[in-house]
Each structure stands twice: as C-alpha cells, then as structure tokens.
Design a binder for this molecule. Structure first.
Ligand SMILES: *[C@@H]1O[C@H](CO)[C@@H](O)[C@H](O)[C@H]1NC(C)=O
Ligand SMILES: *[C@@H]1O[C@H](CO)[C@@H](O)[C@H](O)[C@H]1NC(C)=O
Ligand SMILES: *[C@@H]1O[C@H](CO)[C@@H](O)[C@H](O)[C@H]1NC(C)=O
Ligand SMILES: *[C@@H]1O[C@H](CO)[C@@H](O)[C@H](O)[C@H]1NC(C)=O
Ligand SMILES: *[C@@H]1O[C@H](CO)[C@@H](O)[C@H](O)[C@H]1NC(C)=O
Ligand SMILES: *[C@@H]1O[C@H](CO)[C@@H](O)[C@H](O)[C@H]1NC(C)=O
Ligand SMILES: *[C@@H]1O[C@H](CO)[C@@H](O)[C@H](O)[C@H]1NC(C)=O
Ligand SMILES: *[C@@H]1O[C@H](CO)[C@@H](O)[C@H](O)[C@H]1NC(C)=O
Ligand SMILES: *[C@@H]1O[C@H](CO)[C@@H](O)[C@H](O)[C@H]1NC(C)=O
Length: 664
C-alpha cells in the first residue's frame, strides 16, 4: 500500500510538473484516409489493418540448407574486416503519415494516446531514444493555420480517390507540435518533420519555424521534398522536372530559411528519392552534397521492395496473389535485393560524413499485402532487412505507419467508434523493431557484419555485433517453417582458438532470446523472449507475459557453444552478461519490467471497465481492486532509479492518469 501511494504521488507529481494530461482514446477523431490507400474509412471488419487472411508457409526449399553449421569468430573487432559504421539501437524508427497523427499519436498537446507512449517507451528503454518522422505524401500540401473549427489540431481538406498520391490537403495548427513536444517530455522521442514542397514559389515554412521553436533539440531533421523523382510522373511538376530542378528548389528552401533567420539551418534532409524515376547518383552528380554540406543533416531515400497498387488502383495490371508473393519476403536476398542500389550511396554518405537514412519503407507500397504484411513472415523479413541495412552502413530506417487502411502498420489504433471497448492492434513488424534495438543495444557503438553464415545459405542468415570493439551479440534468422523440428538449425559458435592462432575465447555460458511463432503465416501468436502484445484489439502498448531468456552452457574445452534456431524464428545470442544487460535494462535490471507490471496492476484499467463506467465511478473503485505484492514492492524499492526506470514509470503513468482524469 505504501508503494501504491508512493507511485501514485510520483505519477501525480509528474503530471503536475509537466502539465501533461494523457487521455484515453475516447472521442478520437481520425481524419480519414491515409497515403497509399484510396479507400475511405471502413468498418473494422473490412479495414486492411484488420484483414484476416492467413497464408500458408511457402514449401521448404529444395535443396534444404544444412541444419548444422559452425561460425568461427574473433573476440576483438580489430581482427574483423568489413564491420559497419557504429550503429545505435535507434536504428529502426517510425514514419507516421502526417494525416494519421490524430489516429496514432494524439489529438493535441494535452491528449496523447497512451498506447503510443507505451510503445515508444519500449523502444526508448532498449535503444536510448526513438526516431519518429511525421510526414509522407500528405506533408506536401499541408498548411499551418492558427486555429481550426471545434479546436481540432489537424483536419483534411479533400481527396481524389483514384490517384495513389492525391492525398488530402492537410490543415494543422501549432498544437500538433505541442503534442510532439509533450511526448518528448515523457519519452525520449526525437522528431523529423517535412517541409511542404508542392509550391516552391510560395513556400510554407511554418513547420520549420514553429517546429524549431516548439520542439527545440527534439527536432532532428526537416525533410525537403518527398519522393521528388516522382513529381513529374504524378503531375506535381512539369514533365521536364529533373535532379537539377530539385537541387534548385532545395536551395530555395535553404535560402528562405536563412532569410527568415531560423536558428537551425543544418537539419535539412534530402533527396528522399523513391528511387523510382531517378537514381541517387543522378542527384549526387548535381553536386548536391558539396553544395549543401553545411545544411544537410542526413541523406535520405524512401523505398518499398514491392507494391500492391494493382489491388487498389486502375492501370497497374492484375493484382498479385499474396500467397505467390509470400516467398519473396522469406529469404535473405529480400533485404540485399532491396538495398543493392544504395551501397554506392552509403559509401558516398560515409565519405561526406553524413548519415544515410531509409526514410520511409515497409513491405509493399500501396498499403502492403494481406496475409504477408500482417504475418510473422513480415517480422522476420523486417528484422533481416533492418540488420542488412545496418551492415551496409545505413544509419536509420523508418517503418511507415499508414492508419486503418493499410496492412503493414507496426501498430494500429482501433476505429474511432470502437475506442471504448477495443485496444490497439500491434503489427508483426513492431517485434522486429524491438529485436533490432536489442541486437544493436544502447551504446551507439555497435558495429555489425553479415556473416554469410551456412555458406551464405539464404534461409539461415546470421550477423555478429561488436560493441565497444568486443564481440557482444550474434543474431540468426531461420526463414523456414517446419513444425516437425527437422529444419530447426544448430549453429556451433567458436571464438578465436584453432587456426586463428589466438587463444580460445568461448565463454562458459551465453544467453539466447528467441522471437518465435508457429508459422511464418501466423498473425498474433508471436513471442519475443516469451513476451507478446497479443491479438487484434488486445494491446495497450505494453508487453505481456514473463520475460524468458535461455542460458546455454558452452564447452570451453572444445571452444564451442551450440545455439538452436527454430523454423521459423530468430535467435539473439548474448555473448556476455554485459551485452545482455545493456540491450535490455528492463529484463536484467528488474526495475523497468517490474515497474510497468506493477503500475499496470495498480490501475487495472481495462478498456471494458472504462467503457461501462461512464466516468461516474470514483478512483477508489480502482484502488480497491488493486494490490501490490510485497515481493514486487521489495523489487521496486531495491532497484536503482535510472533514466530507463523513469521512462518505464512515465509509460506506466498513462494508464493511471487516464483513470484519474476520467473519474474526477
Ligand atoms: C463502427 O463503424 C463502422 C463503419 O461505420 C461499422 O461498420 C462498425 O460496425 C461500427 N462499430 C460499432 C461497434 O458500432
Ligand atoms: C484536446 O482534445 C480534447 C478531445 O478532443 C479536447 O477535449 C480538449 O479540449 C483539447 N485540448 C486543447 C487544449 O485543445
Ligand atoms: C503541452 O501542450 C500544451 C498545449 O496544448 C501546452 O500548453 C503545454 O505547455 C505543453 N506542456 C509541455 C510540458 O510542453
Ligand atoms: C499547394 O498546397 C497549398 C495548401 O494545400 C494549396 O493552397 C496550393 O494551391 C498548392 N499549390 C500548388 C501549386 O499546388
Ligand atoms: C557511385 O556514385 C558516384 C557519384 O554519382 C558515381 O560517379 C560512381 O560511378 C558510382 N559508382 C558505382 C560503382 O556505381
Ligand atoms: C560499411 O562501412 C565500413 C567502414 O567504412 C566498410 O568497411 C564496410 O565494407 C561497409 N559495408 C558495406 C556492406 O558496404
Ligand atoms: C547516442 O547518440 C545520441 C544522439 O547523438 C545521444 O543523444 C546519446 O546520448 C548517445 N548515447 C550514448 C550512450 O552515448
Ligand atoms: C503459439 O505458438 C507456440 C509456438 O511458437 C505454440 O507452442 C503455442 O501452442 C501457440 N499457442 C496458440 C494459442 O496457438
Ligand atoms: C511465459 O509467460 C507466462 C505468463 O507470464 C509464464 O507463465 C511462463 O512461465 C513464461 N514461460 C517461460 C518459459 O518463462
């Protein structure tokens, strides 16, 4: 009970000090359609995000990959060639289509969707921070106004339903920026915003001006132009529009920002090519990087490996059959095929000292594929794709969030009229984000290499991660599905020793965390270290279940450790206690997970309860139904407060606050 009071005052103090109220989702008013989909708002039963198609796993490959193989590794990075640039656990972030901000982020500075905060807190406590971009096609016609009717912070103007990029013109108020700023005061989220570029003769730079003012250091980039290589094709520019025209427009924006006296002109991002009609080289050859070196915060591209446009729009040919398409996502060539065209550019970016960012991506443009984008296959695909990009010296990759009408969302808020009794639906690629952040850890100093494991077999890729110059983690994927277990594979790890001429260095034991599901077709029974977000409409953005990490004894005499990787599945191998602890403060430091769980218990606010409470019941109703175990209390008091812990508490507050505010 003492702990209850303590936590509650902490929560109220936090709320008071920061003047942030976090409300539930009731009354949420999404503004409707999102980029990549022309369909209008549909009932949950038919919205893409809630599609029920479950695909069969593709047949096993022929020939089958060997199910036992070894990897020989050096303990020290100095003995390894080809390691990536230093990477951070915030490698994967999110790209939120501007028009769906009110669906997934919040309505205004004092109305934040709690599941969004919880999800961001999960990434931040692993990676140190989360990068979120607000933009997309809808940023191009966005216009800031000082106020909107009914106190709305964002509103759409119009939409043409048979043009993939004819997205609603958005009106927004500075309140949207307060929303983002207030989120950053609770969880370490850093924001990228997009400058509208539909009309270079009449630039609208308010987003830059107010963004810098309101977000301060939490603004980390301003995108100039979204997929300019498609402007001509989409009739947003004359047919002759080319890389030099973009070069000129970028300069116009920079010039205007300077003449407005904006304090930060070194945050600009470009060229954000879809890599559809131009190659990045065509832009580099204009002298873009040299000319704007001082202004460029990073170089960016946007790309999807596939598209489902034919299912939505006329003129794209016959729609593809997702079952046939599925296997394309389920081997290691998927990632490499996607990024091969950027390797030259990641090298050029490195030479220029600029990060290279995959600024918007997901499984397929035009909303993704039913059955694929919503499956555990997509989890493994995104994970392997992310680690491939990290190995190839991309610095970040942002997974796109498109709202109710797309299949590929990492997370989806319930339809507006169902927010009282439904929670969020966490998509399969959100697990990939957690897994990648734990693979890279929070030091900003992990270098990763694709091992070409199992003689480069594409169904069994593996990676080594050196952190602060020491081998810290290994990551292995098994893309196959075989419930018999015959295609689980066993990798035998040896550190130095043998022919290396260096003393054997295999540790006495290692830890392994698994990301598994029964099949690549599975939608919801996905667990990461035994934890899950559950099924459709089941999540408040926190992981459920007890964390479970396997400990494996090694054979130091033989200099080997054996790790099994299930078909299908992903195994993250921690080579030391520190590597495990640093990746996952919540699992090892005991405070984070405990705090989250306990605060959850404190509040026991179930949407179903709220839906029937009509706001008339007092807080005692809830406190009466909760209890902290003394065991848990001891664990909480014994923990060392840390930034992570505070984040965890902040994440927990949302539920309590919601109850608090609703009930008085
Ligand atoms: C929500 O709205 C959709 C579309 O109007 C409708 O199909 C669905 O049944 C509604 N849900 C509820 C619970 O009323
Ligand atoms: C935020 O949105 C909520 C829900 O629409 C509304 O009740 C509240 O007045 C808004 N707050 C501000 C400051 O606009
Ligand atoms: C949160 O947003 C509101 C605007 O709605 C603003 O008045 C308030 O100061 C913000 N709080 C913080 C901590 O930024
Ligand atoms: C650009 O977008 C703004 C705001 O939506 C609109 O008023 C304007 O007409 C557009 N300009 C062009 C050239 O498309
Ligand atoms: C890499 O890009 C540069 C700049 O555009 C170009 O000159 C060079 O030929 C490219 N190299 C390869 C291998 O594509
Ligand atoms: C990534 O950059 C490092 C350091 O420059 C280099 O050694 C490595 O070969 C690069 N990786 C790829 C795949 O280009
Ligand atoms: C990682 O990099 C970010 C961004 O530069 C920085 O804010 C953070 O403090 C760094 N973390 C560590 C552990 O150095
Ligand atoms: C969930 O998947 C696991 C294997 O990953 C399996 O053991 C378990 O029975 C499945 N549970 C349900 C409810 O399908
Ligand atoms: C997985 O979580 C459940 C529920 O919290 C727990 O009962 C079970 O023991 C956990 N499994 C393992 C292997 O730890």
């Amino acid at each position: 009970m003492a702990i209850h009071t303590l936590l509650f005052s902490l929560v109220t103090a936090l709320a008071g000090a920061q003047a942030v109220t976090v409300y539930g989702q009731a009354g949420q008013q999404p503004i409707g359609t999102s980029t990549g989909s022309a369909t209008s708002a549909l009932p949950s039963s038919t919205s893409a995000a809630y599609d029920t198609l479950v695909l069969n796993p593709p047949p096993l490959p022929n020939p089958l990959p060997p199910n036992q193989f070894g990897v020989q590794l050096a303990a020290d990075a100095v003995n390894v060639n080809g390691l990536s640039i230093p990477q951070s656990g915030a490698f994967f972030g999110f790209s939120v289509e501007m028009s769906v901000v009110n669906q997934v982020i919040g309505l205004n500075g004092s109305y934040i969707h709690p599941p969004f905060l919880n999800l961001m807190a999960l990434v931040a406590e692993r990676a140190g921070r989360v990068h979120v971009r607000v933009g997309g096609n809808t940023q191009e016609e966005a216009r800031m106004v000082m106020s909107l009717p009914d106190g709305k912070a964002i509103e759409k103007q119009k939409v043409d339903t048979n043009n993939p990029t004819q997205t609603p013109a958005l009106l927004y108020t500075p309140e949207i920026l307060y929303l983002l700023a207030n989120i950053s005061s609770l969880v370490n989220v850093k924001w990228y915003l997009g400058v509208p570029l539909n009309d270079t003769a009449n630039l609208r730079l308010e987003i830059a001006q107010y963004g810098e003012q309101i977000l301060g250091d939490n603004l980390i980039g301003l995108q100039v132009g979204n997929e300019p290589d498609l402007y001509a094709r989409h009739q947003h520019r004359p047919e002759t529009y080319g890389p030099f025209d973009y070069f000129g427009e970028f300069g116009n924006v920079l010039g205007a920002m300077k003449s407005m006296g904006l304090p930060r002109t070194n945050l600009l991002l470009g060229p954000s090519l879809a890599t559809g009609d131009w190659t990045p080289e065509m832009v580099w050859d204009t002298g873009f990087i040299q000319a704007y070196s001082d202004a460029l915060g990073a170089l960016t591209v946007e790309h999807y490996p596939d598209d489902n446009c034919a299912a939505l729009y006329e003129g794209f040919g016959d729609p593809v059959d997702p079952q046939t398409e599925f296997s394309k996502f389920l081997d290691h060539t998927a990632g490499w095929n996607m990024i091969g065209q950027y390797i030259n550019s990641t090298q050029i970016a490195q030479q220029a000292g600029k990060p290279f960012i995959m600024f918007e991506t997901n499984s397929a443009s035009c909303g993704g594929f039913p059955g694929i984008s919503t499956s555990f296959g997509a989890t493994l695909w995104a994970l392997d794709y992310g680690l491939t990009m990290a190995s190839a010296n991309f610095s970040h990759a942002l997974l796109h969030v498109g709202g109710q009408n797309v299949y590929y969302n990492p997370f989806t808020a319930p339809p507006t009229n169902e927010t009282h009794f439904h929670q969020w639906t966490i998509g399969p690629i959100f697990y990939s984000v957690l897994a990648v952040s734990e693979t890279l850890g929070s030091s900003n100093n992990s270098r990763i290499i694709d091992l070409g494991a199992n003689s480069g077999n594409v169904y069994t890729p593996g990676y080594a991660i050196y952190e602060n110059e020491k081998l810290a983690r290994l990551a292995f994927v098994n893309f196959m599905t075989d419930p018999s277990g015959a295609n689980d594979y066993t990798v035998t790890i040896s550190i130095d020793g043998g022919e290396t001429g260096r003393p054997a260095a295999t540790p006495a034991q290692i830890k392994v965390k698994y990301l598994v599901a029964p099949s690549v077709g599975e939608k919801f029974n996905i667990t990461w270290g035994n934890q899950t977000f559950g099924g459709q409409f089941e999540s408040d953005g926190r992981l459920k279940n007890d964390l479970h990490i396997e400990t494996i004894q090694c054979d130091q005499a033989a200099n080997t450790c054996q790790v099994k990787v299930p078909a299908p599945g992903f195994a993250l191998v921690f080579m030391s206690e520190e590597a495990a602890a640093e990746s996952e403060p919540t699992s090892t430091a005991t405070f984070g997970t405990t705090a989250i769980t306990k605060i959850k218990n404190t509040a026991t606010i179930d949407e179903a309860v709220l839906a029937t409470s009509n706001g008339n019941k007092g807080m005692e109703q809830y406190s009466g139904s909760t209890s902290f175990g003394s065991n848990a209390a001891a664990r909480v008091t014994g923990a060392h407060p840390s930034v992570m812990a505070l984040l965890a508490v902040a994440a927990g507050t949302v539920v309590v606050l919601r109850a608090f505010y609703r009930d008085i």
